[in-house]
Design a protein around this ligand. Structure first.
Ligand code: FE2
Length: 231
């Protein structure tokens, strides 16, 4: 809660409702070094049929970023990493206060973003929880991941005409169009997949490498309606 005194007799409390949970997990350094080495090898040696470049993304390459590919299906040496990431997603869901026994990683891919690359704001369909593992990342040189503030007008698709005020010089979480997450290498950001994310700030150096994933609960059950997903 933010409190701001208005004058001697009146004061204002701002109650922050509707919070959006962004998880930030940190791998032990030894695990991160092991996974980083494995993933760098995979990036260097992956066959051409697993590599993608998209015309609307300059200076970016992907491994396994089309719907019939999944990094974890192609590279079984990553089973331990896959299991750790599944546990992160389960822990996140449990922390939010929901029941979930098993997580399917239905898509996983590598991103290598070089100098001057940006990432247009987007969200992930066909997914419940998404995550981004910072494999090779220098926060001084590589762009950080930012999330659209869907409580400010830019982040929301308005169904009707709406009003907009000029922003004052004061910056706040209420007037920011995007919210920056200060992650470091070896950390994993976890979010609800409908959240719009990307970065406008161009990468200042080559070699920004991340692993992205989309995941679903194996069984979707709200106590009334239920189905189970098989892979
Ligand atoms: Fe994304």
């Amino acid at each position: 809660m933010q409190k701001k005194y208005h004058n001697e007799k009146t004061y204002l409390d701002i109650l922050d409702i509707n919070p959006e949970p962004i998880g930030l997990f940190t791998f032990p350094l030894s695990k991160h070094i092991k996974y980083k080495n494995q993933l760098k090898l995979i990036y260097e040696n992956a066959s051409n049929d697993l590599r993608q470049e998209f015309h609307n993304e300059k200076n970016v390459q992907h491994i396994c970023n089309i719907s019939n590919q999944n990094l974890f299906n192609s590279f079984s040496e990553l089973n331990e990493l896959k299991s750790d990431l599944q546990k992160f997603v389960l822990t996140y869901i449990e922390f939010l206060g929901y029941e979930c026994d098993e997580i399917i990683i239905n898509s996983a891919w590598l991103n290598k973003s070089d100098e001057k690359s940006t990432l247009a704001y987007h969200n992930h369909c066909n997914s419940y929880i998404s995550a981004n593992y910072f494999i090779n990342y220098n926060p001084d040189l590589h762009s950080s991941l930012t999330f659209r503030n869907d409580r400010a007008s830019l982040g929301r698709n308005q169904d009707f005409p709406f009003f907009k005020l000029k922003k004052s010089k004061k910056k706040s979480i209420y007037n920011s169009d995007v919210i920056n997450i200060d992650a470091n290498e070896g950390q994993v950001i976890v979010w609800r997949s409908n959240q719009s994310h990307g970065y406008f700030e161009p990468n200042k150096a080559n070699g920004r490498m991340t692993l992205s994933l989309n995941s679903l609960p194996r069984t979707i059950d709200d106590g009334l309606y239920k189905f189970t997903i098989s892979e």
